[in-house]
Design a protein around this ligand. Structure first.
Ligand code: DGL
Length: 265
């Protein structure tokens, strides 16, 4: 089973991409809706919550963990690997690689939560691959609550996006990383506001491709019960608090419903 977690609904954009790329693998998704947002919390707290999330997913039968949250990916992967000794995937490495690949001028913008931008995780990963790249990060703290609320096509959302992107437009970036898994649902709006010449890189999509490649290779090893296709448990979504809005927005993102259950961690 693939265990996927996020602070809320955003990680469903990774689930959507995974279901498209690797439809035969069941997914356990945990949205920590009781404690969202993570982006305004300290590194210590984000690591603590991430370990709890991973522990829950492992107890439910997950044998690989996908951190479908940039904020948690910026600080928690090592702690999760150390604690559980399982393969752990995150979204920042794949997002950084994809951006370097598509950027012509290596002038790359990143939008994300405050914690992700302050961590400089994207900047570090990009400069490891391409030391000459210029990376400009802009925190967009209001976008996560707007997505959680389902305000996907409201004029207020468009106005806020325009304001956030204004400095990046002036810096003449040619590539923009959606460094938060909540943002792909606002992709069209973001593209309109940043302009059609800027290439958008979706960290959720890039991460799902990485997991897909891993599953394809692992699937080739016979006897790997983890990916035994005869065992076909159902995909499930767990949330730590009820929000009517979560269900509505989840339906918008996933289209096909996945059974949902409230849990305490
Ligand atoms: N989807 C999370 C991310 O990618 C949102 C974090 C939050 O809860 O603020 O960073």
């Amino acid at each position: 089973m693939i265990g996927v977690f996020d602070s809320g609904i955003g990680g469903l954009t990774v689930v959507k991409a995974l279901k498209r790329l690797s439809p035969s693998y069941p997914i356990l998704y945990l949205g920590d809706t009781a404690r969202t947002p993570y982006g305004s919390k300290s590194k210590r707290t984000i690591i603590k919550y991430s370990l709890k999330n991973a522990e829950f997913l492992v107890r439910q039968g997950a044998r690989i963990i996908v951190i479908a949250c940039n904020t948690a990916s910026s600080c928690a992967p090592e702690a999760i690997r150390e604690r559980f000794g399982l393969p752990v995937f995150e979204v920042i490495g794949p997002g950084a690689q994809a951006a370097v690949k598509v950027s012509r001028k290596q002038r790359i913008g990143v939008i994300g939560t405050r914690a992700t931008i302050v961590s400089k995780a994207y900047e570090q990963r990009i400069q490891q691959i391409q030391p000459n790249a210029k990376v400009y990060g802009t925190p967009c703290p209001l976008l996560v609550p707007l997505v959680e609320e389902g305000w996907l096509s409201k004029p207020e959302t468009a106005m806020i996006i325009k304001k956030y992107l204004h400095p990046l437009k002036n810096l003449q970036i040619d590539t923009l990383i959606l460094g938060c898994t909540h943002y792909p649902v606002l992709k069209q709006l973001i593209q309109r506001k940043i302009g059609s010449r800027v290439v958008l890189v979706d960290s959720a999509e890039a991460a799902a491709e990485k997991v897909h490649a891993y599953l394809r290779n692992s699937g080739n090893h016979s006897g790997n019960h983890l990916f035994d296709r005869k065992i076909q448990p159902e995909s499930r979504i767990f949330i730590t608090d009820t929000t009517e809005q979560f269900c509505k927005t989840a339906r918008l993102i996933l289209k096909d419903p996945i059974p949902m259950q409230i849990v305490d961690l």
